[in-house]
Design a protein around this ligand. Structure first.
Ligand code: NIG
Ligand code: FE
Length: 425
């Protein structure tokens, strides 16, 4: 493995010398500790040293600069920041759903399409007919595309199987991705994504709690259990029942909540100590107070916002300002899936967060790095550049300022992505 010395970095962003916080909330989301005109030394895949160029000492200069075994990268005009953490994706899927995209252009809503045989059940039908191998290759291509956009850790959900066999098939694909992926992956069981049409609601509930969760846990196929707790999908009572069983089997909760309505999803998530509740387009005072109470209790449930879903479905955007001004943190993710967000482009998510949710570039970067790492329990290793941690970061192309990144929406400003000190592209 090559050791690397980055020199003349315009700004080394989101960097901490002392013990970093687990997340940044409220006003602190504006803080983004940075070193201007910096150097960064990577040894054996770890961040060994960083500082200001003018503070490079004589010994470092003579050892590092003269060593032919250390690759030097001149980062004049470029930024280095931690890789993004995409804490919410559904990248294991079969086919695509652009027909529904056209139906929406012609005036149908996401819910109307779902009721007419489209939506999640459409993807489930296709996934059930697709082999594990084919799913693996398609998902792998999506994963590497995400890495190219700067993602350095990700979560992947099941939820398009909706039978015992097909949910397990999806989770095995995620397991295989974990084995080959250069980046850290967390796996989430989302059997409770929709009710299949072929069997009764009661029968599917019993499949979930009596068969799927025990088997998933026994085969150690998931880190989390998710439920789509929303209008027209799983009720609060059903969610409660599923999460009780999941907890018993050692699966932590992460929820799809409040996308379509103030459905009670946030409160039930907090009750079960969910690591995150995601979507949150519909948020009232009670939801905010519930999240604040989780923070007070020292077990924060991270509110995770998915602006590319609101963009793609023309939903109302989640009230990021209201959450931040209440003192809460927020995190950002892509929700990469075939129905509501067919994109794994984190820089575009940052642009949407700034443009449509009025988050500042600093807040958006905190939300996509440190806070996103917390959402999948990777805050000790990801989301911030710190000494002796894995060298997971992005080197940007030339940029006049950090705000230029979300400002230049649609441009590809990620020059290279480093994972454990290895350049991926
Ligand atoms: O996160 N909201 C629920 N599930 C996915 C959409 C799934 C689909 O339409 O296929 C989401 O947006
Ligand atoms: Fe989702």
């Amino acid at each position: 493995m090559k050791n690397i010395l980055f020199l003349n970095i315009k700004s080394l962003v989101q960097v901490e010398d002392k013990e970093p916080p687990a997340f940044r909330a409220g006003k602190d989301m504006q803080d983004l500790p940075s070193i201007e005109n910096a150097f960064l030394f990577v040894e054996n895949g770890k961040v060994k040293e960083f500082g200001r160029m003018q503070d490079l000492n004589d010994e470092q200069k003579s050892v590092w600069l003269d060593s032919s075994s250390i690759e030097k990268i001149d980062a004049t005009g470029k930024f280095i920041l931690p890789s993004f953490v995409d804490s919410h994706t559904h990248i294991v899927y079969a086919g695509s759903r652009e027909k529904e995209f056209e139906d929406r252009i012609n005036g149908l809503t996401y819910e109307q399409i779902a009721q007419n045989g489209g939506g999640i059940l459409n993807s489930a039908k296709r996934l059930q007919q697709t082999s594990e191998d084919e799913l693996y290759h398609a998902a792998k291509a999506r994963l590497f595309e995400m890495i190219g956009f700067g993602t350095g850790a990700a979560e992947i959900k099941s939820g398009y199987g909706l039978t015992v066999e097909d949910e397990i098939k999806m989770l095995r694909v995620i397991q295989k991705l974990k084995e080959i992926s250069p980046i850290e992956i967390k796996s989430t069981f989302l059997g409770a994504h929709a009710f299949p049409k072929e069997i009764s609601r009661e029968k599917y509930m019993s499949l979930l709690v009596d068969e799927m969760i025990p088997q998933v846990a026994q085969e150690n196929l998931a880190d989390y259990c998710d439920v789509f707790c929303d209008r027209g999908f799983f009720t609060v009572e059903e969610t409660d029942k599923i999460l009780n069983v999941a907890t018993k089997y050692g699966l932590k909760a992460k929820l799809h909540a409040n996308e379509l309505d103030t459905s009670g999803g946030v409160q039930i998530g907090v009750k079960h100590g969910a690591r995150s509740v995601d979507h949150l387009e519909h948020m009232g005072e009670s939801e905010i107070n519930s999240l604040l109470s989780s923070a007070k209790a020292g077990n924060l449930t991270m509110p995770t916002l998915l602006p590319s879903t609101a963009f793609f479905l023309r939903l109302e955007y989640a009230p990021a300002r209201k959450l931040i001004e209440s003192g809460l943190p927020v995190s950002l993710a892509t929700d990469y899936n075939p129905g509501s967000s067919p994109s794994g482009n984190m820089p575009f998510v940052l642009s949407l967060a700034c443009i449509h949710m009025q988050m500042s570039p600093e807040e958006a970067i905190n939300a996509a790095t440190l806070n996103a790492a917390y959402a999948i329990e990777l805050e000790k290793t990801h989301g911030i550049i710190r000494k002796n941690a894995d060298a997971n970061f992005i080197l940007t192309k030339n940029m006049p300022s950090l705000a230029f990144l979300p400002y230049s929406f649609g441009s590809h400003l990620i020059e290279s992505v480093f994972v454990r000190g290895e350049k991926q592209n």
